[in-house]
Design a protein around this ligand. Sequence first.
Ligand code: ADP
Ligand code: MG
Length: 252
Amino acid sequence: MLEVNELHASIDDNDILKGINLSVSPGEIHAIMGPNGSGKSTLANVLAGHPSFTVTSGTATLNKDDLLSMLPEERARAGVFLCFQHPVEVPGVRLDHFMRAGYNAIKKSNGEDEIDVLKFDRMLNEKVKVVEMDRNLIKRAVNEGFSGGEKKRNEILQMAVYEPTLSILDEPDSGLDVDALRIVANGINQLHTPSNSILLVTHYQRILNYVVPDKVHVLINGRIVKSGGKDLAKQIEEQGYDWIEADIQARK
Ligand code: ADP
Ligand code: MG
């Protein structure tokens, strides 16, 4: 589904991604772990098409289509979804209106009919259950005054509504207490199907106790320096990232 090959990217002339290789098949969950500042969010943003980053070389394809030549909205219509590490507040725009516009844009580009308000509201009432979200929140402005946990749940709610084929989740667990973490993780598990894939960016292993990855990659200084199964995440939980960095130094 997702094929990333020797991807290099920079921001303001600073090289951040230094040759990323990644291959994610349909139905797979891949965790991207790494210390702060290693380039995890950059990778997530570059794949979604954030305009601040410049891809300097390499390729990224989604179902063989060239992702990098697409505009962010084209990527979204092609089934890419980015869950933000820091969701932004959009005052004046109601969450349900916002999501209906996004949903209809995807439908339209698939040649399907737009959904009317009533039908959409009915659907939304089902989807909020996935993240046990208070229904009053969806009538409020996007993320405005939401707690940290509510913002993260809202990201997963959008994943539920848009039904992406590739979900890139940038630290959906950061700042959550155990209960909110369990709810977010349950939501992700409910939305995971044999045909969609998830790239789960996380600093900590704890969410991987709930959302079990097929593969775990360690990103350090813009490169994936180690890949393994879920045991690798356990090892990181126990030993941190230092041993991996020491390992790389020793091999130099
Ligand atoms: P992570 O998500 O793994 O914590 P990021 O992808 O956010 O890491 O950041 C990777 C590196 O890119 C960091 O060293 C960060 O300081 C740097 N970076 C991010 N944005 C900018 C920018 N606008 N200008 C210069 N460096 C940046
Ligand atoms: Mg980050």
